[in-house]
Design a protein around this ligand. Structure first.
Ligand SMILES: [Zn+2]
Length: 194
């Protein structure tokens, strides 16, 4: 059972590219349609945008991780054609300057998660990527990277209730295991009180 990643991306000559790829044809079709819709909507608002990066190889992901530009080392959502970086155009050049909250609003209304809040605007995020959008919740990423899940054409991360909730609670939700205090790791002392 194939999907856009197995059928198109993994067969593409760019698959191993260490260079940035901005070709929209390497975005999964629903993601591509939504991204192009965002660019058009921004244009109608008088904001010129550029599809800066679509597909990303594992080699490039590793390079960006080393530079501190991403917190995902081996693979990211870009690798699956489900994420896109969209920047402003200023004087014909890509620009990351200024407020990108409009992109968050357009992403939300399009059904894409925005890297400015990762789909959870009410919590403070340690990593913010305000030019990034993706058609996948943060909680789904592990399954995506494992090859266990790929969105169908109608998947909407904002309707992915259980997983969206998980992504909201994830940073503080530690597995409920008994925490050993340093003292309890020491061998029982003969002076131990009873
Ligand atoms: Zn990105």
């Amino acid at each position: 059972m194939g999907n856009f990643y197995t059928d198109v991306i993994s067969q593409d000559p760019h698959f191993q590219s260490v260079k940035r790829v901005s070709d929209p044809s390497l975005l999964e079709p629903t993601t591509r349609r939504l991204v192009e819709g965002i660019v058009s909507a921004a244009s109608a608002m008088g904001i010129e945008l550029m599809i800066y990066e679509t597909y990303r190889s594992q080699a490039r992901q590793q390079e960006l991780f080393n530079q501190g530009a991403t917190k995902l080392r081996a693979v990211g959502v870009h690798h699956y054609g489900l994420a896109c970086d969209i920047v402003r155009v200023v004087g014909g050049e890509p620009s990351w300057k200024g407020d990108f909250s409009f992109l968050g609003q357009l992403a939300h209304s399009s059904g894409l998660i925005w890297g400015g809040d990762w789909g959870a605007p009410d919590i403070k995020h340690s990593f913010v990527d305000s030019v990034h959008v993706q058609r996948c919740t943060v909680a789904r990423q592990a399954d995506l990277f494992a090859g266990a899940w790929y969105p169908d054409a109608t998947y909407n991360p904002y309707e992915d209730g259980q997983h969206l909730f998980a992504s909201v609670t994830e940073p503080s939700a530690k597995p409920k295991v008994k925490v050993r205090t340093p003292a309890s790791n020491k061998p029982a002392s003969s002076k131990q009180r009873t």
